[in-house]
Design a binder for this molecule. Structure first.
Ligand SMILES: Nc1ncnc2c1ncn2[C@@H]1O[C@H](COP(=O)(O)OP(=O)(O)OP(=O)(O)O)[C@@H](O)[C@H]1O
Length: 919
């Protein structure tokens, strides 16, 4: 290991470097807080610097005050501070440390000059020079070499700053600095920051000093030069730069008072008195204390410097973040510009493509049009050429044949002429010759003549053959003509199809144009339509919802109206007089001009006590009175509201009461009676309510109560009076169930005709066994209506009972006997029970006994009469005088019923068990 002598660098350069303030790492202004912190730190540093300086001065003064006291050099016996050095500059040891003393003075002068220039030099706590001194036990050579390094540490490191260029050899002290000049990691950044921090008021030399003084950069190997130097000179090892940029100054080996050597008088070389020693010792102690204080202040300054350094590093980080963000921002701006240019390019390309497409479309269209035109032209040309060829060929053939015919005709004519000439010549010769020769030649001549005639015939036939051939040729010509006509037809067809194709082509073109031009408008229109359709659907949905709500409200209001009208209503109907009926009763309708509600009957005449005939008039008032002219449709209008109530979930009972022949069956069961009309209305209403979410199940049954037994009018006729029909009641559900009864699902209005037909047939079959069966029994048409609304969650269960009661006849009037008597008794009993039940319902209190069980009729109608139902009674009136007494009885009974008030009806909401419909 070789040690080199540390040479001072260029003094001028060093001075310039130390005086030149280093620019801050960033020109960006610091935040106020940071500024103030840095300002405070700087002020504190400055104040401490001044203190330090004043301390130095005081130390100097102290040295001066002590005076030139001769003192035995003690080596390491006491710390060699600058003061000490300065104070002992005039001692006899001066020669040993002239350079140091001089440099220290130069430094002080330099600081003062800086101060004068407004630059506050910052004195880091210098490493006590003692630490650079050679230990006592060091080898002599080392001592000599290290002693040759006897320069203040600050100056030594200032040298390294002034020569920042790298020198690889450890033999050159200047190789220290490259470690700091080439930062490779955060530690080196921290080093740079340290430099930046020090520029606030210090020279760079001080910064270099601190680094070299530490001798070690965190994360770096110690400088190869400093390693042995520090090891041997016992320099303190550096704390990590991040934690402490400034090395902790090494304290003097000991601050405890030592045994001082006696001070000698410089001139007399005599020992000074003890009190000097004591005073000097006391002052040195004070000095040591003061020095410790100074070191504490320096530590604080170091902390402030650390703070400033951290803030500056934070500023640097923020600056770097800002720089990065600016870079990112620039990149984004560049991207945006690129994207915009791309967008513009794409837009232009799109425009170009669109234009090209339009050009191509136009080209294609032109090309197509040209092709079509070419095709048409070619086709026309071909057609014309074919026609011309055909005509030429025909003309040629015709001419050929005509020529041939002419030629043949000429040939034959010439031959004939020759033959004739020859014959004539021969004949003339023969005649001449024969004339001369006699008569025998005449025969020969004749035969020859015959032969010639035969030849002529042959020739004639040949002519005929030629003529036939001519005819054939003409026929062939005709065929050719026909062929030509056919070809012309084909040509016409081809032309027509060509025109059709042209028209189709044109239409296609127009369609293409339309599609191309209006596709956007069409899609827009389609979207509009779709939107409007959606709106319409939504409006329809809203309307449906509103309708459902309206329906619910209507039901409620409707039934309130029905309740206001009363739950048992009575109407009267007077049938017309038949043509064969005589002596009508006097029945009048006082309020006939409006909705008639009154009927007046002129009673039978009675003889008064004076023997005069007295006639009483009886007036009755009901909910409605129908006269003889009234039709079933008019009557149904009044009861249709009750039928509607059955659909709404109420039990409804409509029955016709009256004497035989008064028109009960006509009103109830005729073809346009209440039963067909009611079922038709229910079916229609159920259909209408489907769009409001209601689904109805309608089951119809037809029961006959004859002689206090139930019969199923929809069962087989042979089972009538045999099959036992049972009626069961569910008290809890207030429902009536029929056993052994056929129920027919009313899935159409025509079903009711079938039901009525079946019932009528069964009654007719029964009538053969017992006369007037239909008049002697009660018939009850029961229609169970179960409706559910899945949308609103509502459910209704109602029953419509349409009852055609047996004729009410007084027993004494009927004069019946036997079976008829029993029938009449049963009828009267059931009718009487019906009256009792109505009476009980009207008069009794709630919970009182109602005698439903007293008759089969009232038992069957138990839950359709009374508070839980709506009841309508038709009292049917015969217009005949003969039936007057029965009429008055019926009207009185009806009046009694009319005056009865039955409690409020309740809607049926409970579930009914449904009987199985019959196939
Ligand atoms: N309003 C009317 N208009 C025309 N004809 C009627 C009217 N009412 C009843 N008739 C006729 O009177 C006759 C008797 O009527 P209907 O059979 O309906 O009486 P009823 O009370 O049912 O008799 P029964 O108790 O015996 O069954 C029938 O021929 C019927 O056509």
């Amino acid at each position: 290991m070789d040690y080199v002598k540390v040479e001072p660098a260029n003094e001028n350069e060093a001075a310039e470097y130390s005086q030149k303030p280093v620019a801050p790492p960033s020109s960006r202004p610091l935040p106020n807080g940071v500024k103030s912190t840095i300002g405070r730190a700087f002020a504190a540093s400055t104040s401490r610097m001044n203190q330090n300086k004043s301390t130095k001065h005081s130390s100097t003064a102290f040295g001066g005050s002590v005076g030139p006291v001769a003192r035995v050099p003690s080596g390491n016996a006491r710390p060699k501070t600058a003061n000490g050095l300065h104070g002992r500059s005039k001692s006899h040891h001066q020669g040993m440390r002239p350079a140091t003393a001089m440099k220290q003075r130069d430094e002080d002068d330099e600081d003062e000059s800086l101060e004068r220039k407004g630059v506050h030099p910052f004195h880091l706590p210098t490493i006590p020079k003692d630490t650079l001194h050679v230990p006592k036990n060091a080898p002599l050579a080392q001592k000599r070499r290290l002693t040759s390094l006897n320069v203040p540490a600050k100056r030594a490191f200032a040298l390294s700053v002034t020569q920042p260029r790298a020198v690889s050899s450890p033999s050159n002290f200047r190789s220290i600095t490259p470690v700091m000049e080439e930062p490779a990691d955060s530690s080196c950044d921290a080093i740079c920051n340290t430099l930046g921090e020090l520029t606030l008021g210090n020279s760079k030399a001080v910064a270099r000093y601190s680094r070299v003084g530490c001798g070690t950069i965190p994360g770096k190997e110690p400088n190869p030069f400093l390693k042995p130097l520090l090891a041997r000179s016992q320099l303190p090892r550096a704390t990590p730069v991040r934690q402490c940029a400034t090395p902790t100054p090494v304290r003097p080996p000991s601050s405890t008072p030592r045994k001082q050597a006696p001070y000698l008088n410089r001139f007399t070389n005599e020992r000074c008195p003890d009190f000097y020693d004591d005073r000097i010792a006391a002052m040195e102690r004070e000095f040591l204390m003061f020095k410790e204080k100074m070191e504490g202040g320096m530590e604080q300054a170091t902390n402030y410097k650390d703070t400033i350094q951290q803030l500056q590093s934070r500023v640097t980080e923020l600056e770097s973040i800002r720089a990065r963000l600016e870079t990112v921002n620039k990149g984004l701006e560049a991207d945006l510009k690129d994207t915009q240019s791309c967008f513009t390019t794409v837009k232009m390309e799109l425009e170009m493509t669109r234009r090209n497409h339009s050009f191509e479309t136009d080209d294609l269209r032109r090309k197509l049009r040209n092709e079509v035109d070419d095709l048409e032209t070619r086709h026309e040309k071909d057609t014309k050429r074919m026609l011309r060829d055909r005509e030429d060929a025909e003309e040629k053939i015709r001419k050929d044949y005509e020529n041939r015919i002419d030629k043949l005709l000429k040939e034959h004519g010439a031959e004939l002429a020759e033959l004739r000439k020859k014959i004539d010549a021969d004949s003339e010769a023969e005649r001449t010759r024969r004339t001369q020769e006699a008569q025998e030649v005449e025969a020969e001549y004749a035969s020859r003549l015959r032969k010639a005639a035969m030849d002529a015939d042959v020739k004639q036939r040949e002519v005929q053959l030629v003529q036939g051939e001519l005819v054939n040729v003409k026929a062939e010509l005709d065929r050719e003509r026909m062929l030509k006509t056919g070809l012309q037809g084909q040509l016409t067809e081809a032309t027509t199809s060509n025109l059709t194709l042209s028209a189709a082509n044109k239409a296609m073109k127009e369609k293409i144009d339309f599609l191309e031009s209006d596709s956007q408008a069409q899609s827009q229109a389609f979207n509009d339509l779709h939107r409007r359709m959606q709106e319409a659907i939504e409006a329809a949905e809203r309307a449906h919802d509103k309708l459902r709500q309206e329906e619910t409200l209507r039901r409620k209001l409707f039934n309130q109206v029905q309740e206001l009208k009363g739950n048992i209503r009575v109407m009267c109907r007077v049938r017309p007089t038949h043509a064969d009926e005589i002596e009508p009763a006097s029945i009048t309708f006082p309020d006939n001009d409006t909705d008639s509600k009154e009927v007046a009957v002129l009673g039978p005449s009675k003889q008064s006590a004076t023997g005069k005939d007295i006639t009483s008039s009886y007036a009755y008032s009901f909910d409605r009175v129908f006269g003889p002219e009234s039709q079933n449709a008019e009557v149904f209008e009044e009861i249709s509201q009750l039928v509607q109530s059955a659909l709404d979930g109420y039990n409804v009972c409509i029955f016709c009461y009256g004497q035989t022949g008064s028109g009960k069956t006509y009103t109830m069961s005729s073809l346009d009676g209440m039963i067909p009309r009611a079922t038709a209305q229910i079916y229609a209403e159920a259909q209408r309510l489907e769009e409001k979410g209601w689904r109805y199940t309608m089951l119809g049954s037809f029961i006959e109560v004859y002689n206090e037994t139930y019969n199923d009018l929809l069962g087989r006729s042979e089972d009538l009076d045999k099959k036992k029909v049972e009626v069961r009641h569910d008290q809890a559900k207030k429902q009536t169930y029929l056993e052994n009864v056929v129920s027919v699902a009313l899935d159409g209005p025509e079903r009711v005709d079938e039901i009525l037909d079946t019932a009528s047939k069964n009654r007719t079959v029964a009538a053969t066994k017992a006369n007037m069966r239909s008049s002697r029994s009660h018939s009850v048409f029961i229609l169970k209506l179960v409706g559910t609304n899945e949308i609103t969650g509502e459910k209704s269960e109602g029953t419509l009972n349409l009852v055609d009661l047996a004729g009410s006849e007084r027993l004494e009037h009927s004069k019946a006997e036997g079976a008829r008597l029993k029938e009449t008794q049963n009828i009267n009993k059931s009718l009487s029970c019906l009256g009792d039940v109505i009476n009980a319902l009207g008069s009794s209190k709630e919970g009182a006994h109602i005698p439903y069980r007293n008759s089969k009729l009232t038992y069957l109608l138990q839950y359709s009469l009374g508070g839980n139902s709506k009841t309508l009674m038709f009292v049917m009136v015969s217009p005949l005088q003969a039936h007057l007494q029965e009429t008055i009885t019926s009207l009185k009974f009806a009046t009694k019923v009319h005056n009865t008030h039955i409690g409020t009806a309740k809607k049926q909401t409970k579930t009914l068990s449904k009987p199985e419909p019959r196939d």
